[in-house]
Design a protein around this ligand. Structure first.
Ligand code: CA
Length: 389
């Protein structure tokens, strides 16, 4: 079996309303799908993390840099291909966009392997530790609003996400420590004392600001405090984890096993959040999961993007053992973005229908059981949304 072509599809549409996090606002949603074709007619799908112009640049890396390295290779030799590409790019992109691009290709190779074996990805990895996963609904993005309007909207959104059936909710912060604490307090009031909520700062604080907000989060019994400080600030992460009771989470901007080794050995995370569409695909995810578990650090995958990314993550969450295990073991969660996302809801021939499942089951989503990722995109949908680059 041979790889005959590798194509990138960058999809984009204008969001009904601008959404923001602590670093920027964005008006368009982008998804970057990778298609790997073979001489036996089997096609695999993958996805690369990276918004807007990053996705367009990554398409260049996938098609101009990685494609010539993998044409003619056996797609089932995914570990060989991973290391061939990584070694050839070592001088140019051990982290960042080169790794995001390799991720999409690697995921597509795993999709092919599953389709050849006639097995879902989780079976290929070693089986399902769980056949369904609890989802948390994230929303409450920042907008060009004043604090009072943010508070009113966050209250409504938090209660709505709880009422949709999600197991927990997650909000953005980033207006400033004092304002952020008010926002968090409003969300806790809106959802009541018994519903779990998490807070995502997207690395906007200094360490002392993060301590200030983190102490308020302890009082409000937030479940985790995500990316409080810059990902490069390993000392800040370690100090926060040692000094705060709230769980410190992060890692979505980290790449490959060597980056993760630094993070894990630093002991700055209670919960690790690897992004499979950026860290180097499923191949590298599995190595990072093993590393995380070697440090007894629980993993809750970072999930963003289209239905291809969501299906990949459902497969990985199914295949994740509980560490340390037990009758009532700690369980991972599926991250679900409740804002407008046509590329998740409309891309597949058979949609995942996560909202419907969550509503019907009190928060659970079934793991797809079809071969590979268990998710086939609709080509007409892709054509309709594809950006001309
Ligand atoms: Ca995040």
């Amino acid at each position: 079996m041979k790889i005959t072509d590798v194509k990138s599809h960058v999809l984009q549409y204008e969001l009904p309303e601008e959404l923001g996090y602590s670093q920027q606002y964005y008006a368009e949603r982008t998804a970057h799908l990778v298609e790997v074709m073979t001489d036996e007619g089997i096609t695999g799908w993958g996805e690369c993390f990276g918004p807007g112009n990053v996705a367009i640049a990554n398409k260049g890396i996938v098609e101009c840099v990685i494609r010539p390295m993998v044409l003619g290779e056996d797609p089932l030799d995914r570990d060989v291909i991973w290391h061939k590409v990584y070694n050839l790019l070592r001088d140019h992109g051990r982290e960042g966009m080169a790794m995001q691009s390799l991720s999409g290709v690697d995921i597509a190779l795993w999709d092919i392997a599953g389709k050849v074996a006639g097995m879902p990805l989780h079976k290929l990895i070693g089986g399902a530790h769980r056949t369904r996963v609890k989802a948390y609904g994230y929303g409450m993005m920042l907008k060009r609003q004043n604090l009072a309007d943010h508070i009113a909207r966050f209250r409504d959104e938090a209660a709505a996400i709880r009422d949709m059936g999600f197991a927990a909710t997650k909000m953005k912060v980033g207006l400033g420590p004092k304002e952020d604490i008010e926002l968090c307090r409003a969300v806790r009031e809106a959802i009541g004392d018994d519903f779990r909520f998490m807070v995502d700062a997207n690395h906007c604080y200094t360490t002392s600001e993060a301590f200030h907000v983190g102490r308020a989060l302890e009082e409000l019994d937030a479940y985790w405090f995500e990316e409080p400080v810059a990902p490069e600030d390993l000392d800040g992460f370690r100090e926060l984890r040692a000094g705060l009771k709230v769980n410190i989470s992060g890692g979505e901007t980290e790449f490959n096993r060597w980056g993760w080794r630094r993070i894990l050995e630093n002991r700055g995370l209670d919960i690790a959040q690897p992004e499979v569409c950026a860290i180097g695909g499923v191949s590298e995810y599995l190595r990072i999961l093993a590393l995380a578990h070697a440090h007894f650090t629980p993993v809750v995958n970072h999930v963003w993007g289209s239905a291809i990314a969501v299906a990949t993550n459902l497969q990985l969450l199914a295949a994740m053992p509980s560490i340390p295990g037990g009758m009532f073991a700690w369980e991972p969660l599926l991250e679900f973005d409740t804002t407008d996302n046509r590329f998740r809801d409309g891309l597949l021939v058979e949609p995942l229908e996560i909202r419907r499942q969550v509503k019907a089951t009190g928060g659970y989503v079934d793991v797809p059981t079809g071969p590979g990722l268990g998710a086939e995109p609709d080509r007409d949908f892709i054509k309709h949304h594809e950006v001309d680059t």
